[in-house]
Design a protein around this ligand. Structure first.
Ligand SMILES: *Cc1c(COP(=O)(O)O)cnc(C)c1O
Length: 230
């Protein structure tokens, strides 16, 4: 079932990519496993999933050892991260999508340095301005990245956003588009910086990934479409 769901998702990604003349291999599909069991995660891995996303440290922690014994995956932290959970996060995750303050970036750098690691991060931008959402304001993003560029053990690899939940996915388009514009501008500004490489745009979930792809996403975070029961 997971296998079938996944082929359907991939077919939809391929269709958009072919329309855009884009190579689907350049789009990373992060399978969001926050509501999934260990057997389900392993089934997804057997069906070709290489990247998974969790939004709570505790849940990821509970699954990490058992999953890692059986499948080598890239782990993405997609939820809000508190500074006191940074050390734990660094043991699990290959990429943190939710950095939205200098304090968090500094803590990540400090703890990563202690264990001789360099951690890839994305800056979470609150592109819709909703009060309930985490993320830095679009207009403050460049300054944050400028500060992060001075940190030793983090690499800024791009931007992430969560679009508002709307009835019509088309309504998410302006938020995705503005994130892409912002990313392009920052990429230009930081060209040549060793710690800033704006190559990822993490946007698009089950509801809105097709619109996100059309607007330049190359990292999709999809959960419910993959794990839904048929
Ligand atoms: C849950 C979650 C997703 C996946 O959402 P689906 O609608 O299940 O595809 C993506 N991104 C974040 C940050 C999430 O918390």
């Amino acid at each position: 079932m997971i296998k079938d769901n996944l082929s359907q998702v991939r077919a939809r990604i391929d269709a958009i990519c072919s329309k855009l003349n884009k190579n689907p291999a350049e789009v990373t599909l992060v399978c969001v496993t926050k509501e999934s069991s260990i057997p389900q995660i392993l089934e997804a891995a057997q069906s070709g999933i290489t990247d998974i996303g969790e939004n709570r440290i505790q849940d990821a922690w509970d699954k990490f050892d058992l999953v890692s014994q059986k499948a080598t995956l890239k782990w993405h932290m997609i939820g809000h991260l508190q500074t006191n959970k940074v050390r734990q996060a660094l043991k699990i995750f290959d990429m943190i999508h939710s950095v939205d303050s200098l304090r968090l970036a500094q803590e990540l750098s400090k703890e990563a340095q202690k264990i001789n690691k360099n951690i890839d991060i994305l800056i979470q931008v609150n592109s819709s301005g909703e009060k309930t959402k985490f993320g830095i304001k679009p207009q403050d993003t460049t300054r944050l990245i400028n500060d992060i560029a001075n940190l030793k053990s983090v690499s800024a690899r791009g931007l992430m956003t969560i679009a508002p939940l709307v009835d019509d996915p088309e309504k998410t388009r302006p938020f995705f588009r503005s994130l892409r514009v912002l990313r392009d501008r920052i990429a230009d500004e930081f060209k040549g910086s060793p710690q800033v490489k704006m190559d990822y745009l993490s946007m698009g979930m089950s509801q809105d990934f097709e619109v996100a792809l059309e607007e330049g996403s190359n990292m999709l975070r999809i959960g419910s479409l993959i794990f839904k029961k048929n």
